[in-house]
Design a protein. Sequence first.
Length: 146
Amino acid sequence: MGRFRKFLGLAPRQRWLLIKAAALLATVRLSLWLLPFPTACALFDGVSRRSRRLAADPIPVVELAGAVEVASRFVPCARHCLTKALTARIFLTRQGYLAEVRYGVAREAKEDFLAHAWLESEGRVVIGGTDLGRYATLSPRVNPPE
């Protein structure tokens, strides 16, 4: 009940932003489960176009990314770095910001490797920026072989 009261105590704009972030996170996660990665990316590119109804007062990058981070705690299976990075990219580009998802890999042990995705905007990492020095960055858009 405490979380719900906290949610109700937010400004209406912040509540609406969290609701939109949660809905978009769920949609992105579901798309990644159901669609081939290139198809899902094409879908995300289509909805990432700048909104024609931009507010006179654009929402700051930090606030948009923060809404995705907070909402990811409440949407099942949405805490994956790829889900959050793709969702935040849609959010930011619809607000008119340039944003690019980056992909990287790192070797954990002899045969194990880690993969990570993060989002960069305005020369800064805005989502997924933990210990990035260990990852070898791949090209911005990685399409798996067909």
